[in-house]
Design a protein around this ligand. Structure first.
Ligand code: SF4
Length: 239
């Protein structure tokens, strides 16, 4: 895959430019030097299962469940011995466990019949598996195979749109805008940094703008917080 063109498409869309985006990533790297995948895994297969389990669940809950699950069933062969009821029992602590168990077992069967028991390493093949969407596929590509990809989850979607790195409420469009803006060799890290920032500082409700390391670069802050402060200031105490 070749790097995306370096034109500053953000200028046309009203998003911020590439130089500014790189500056933001530099600051986030300093702020979160340990940013990495929150899911525990030893193999691409384990990461695929863990990511499928993580939809609408926290990494902490998934890790708690997979710790024992992967000890008892560490690989595809052992998963194939599980009935749906047994897997449901194993993962019942996780939301949507009925459908997740069904999809994981169907995915396992397709790995055998279509991919010789190996987790494939392309977006097209991964998303052809039952229960594997674009976000899950990108997480597996980037974290298990170190293939540049930028998965857009709820944190990446919210944070990148607040900062001004993207302008869309759709994950696929946000992914496309981010991968056009951010150099390809920084996609994997950018994903982790935006998630960490979303979890630790830029929460969905009550973002901690007062302690945010990129406040000077944030479009949301400029439009919503700074402006309100200015209005309050103009209307009373500052005059
Ligand atoms: S300034 Fe506020 S809204 Fe902007 S990125 Fe930081 S925490 Fe999020």
């Amino acid at each position: 895959m070749t790097e995306r063109p370096k034109e500053d498409s953000s200028l046309k869309s009203g998003r911020i430019g590439r130089t500014r985006a790189i500056k933001i990533l530099d600051i986030l790297e300093e702020t979160y030097p340990d940013a990495k995948c929150g899911l525990e895994f030893n193999t691409p297969f384990q990461l695929l299962v863990a990511t499928m389990l993580s939809a609408q669940s926290t990494d902490r809950t998934v890790n708690r469940v997979t710790e024992g699950l992967f000890e008892r069933y560490p690989d595809l062969d052992s998963f194939l011995t599980l009935t749906r009821e047994q897997l449901e029992q194993e993962i019942r602590e996780i939301g949507l466990y009925h459908s997740k168990a069904k999809n994981i077992l169907a995915m396992c069967r397709e790995l055998v019949t279509r991919f010789s028991g190996q987790v494939p390493a392309t977006l097209e093949e991964l998303t052809s598996l039952p229960g594997v969407g674009r976000k899950t596929a990108n997480v597996v590509l980037s974290n298990a195979f170190n293939i540049p990809a930028l998965a857009v989850d709820t944190h990446v979607l919210r944070v990148s749109n607040r900062i001004g790195l993207a302008r869309s409420d759709r994950p696929d469009q946000t992914e496309s805008q981010l991968t056009n803006l951010i150099p390809r060799d920084r996609w994997i890290k950018a994903h982790h940094l935006l998630i960490w920032h979303g979890r630790r500082t830029c929460a969905a409700r009550n973002p901690k703008c007062e302690i945010c390391s990129i406040v000077a670069y944030c479009e949301f802050y400029k439009k919503n917080i700074e402006l309100k402060k200015d209005k309050i200031c103009q209307s009373n105490i500052c005059q």
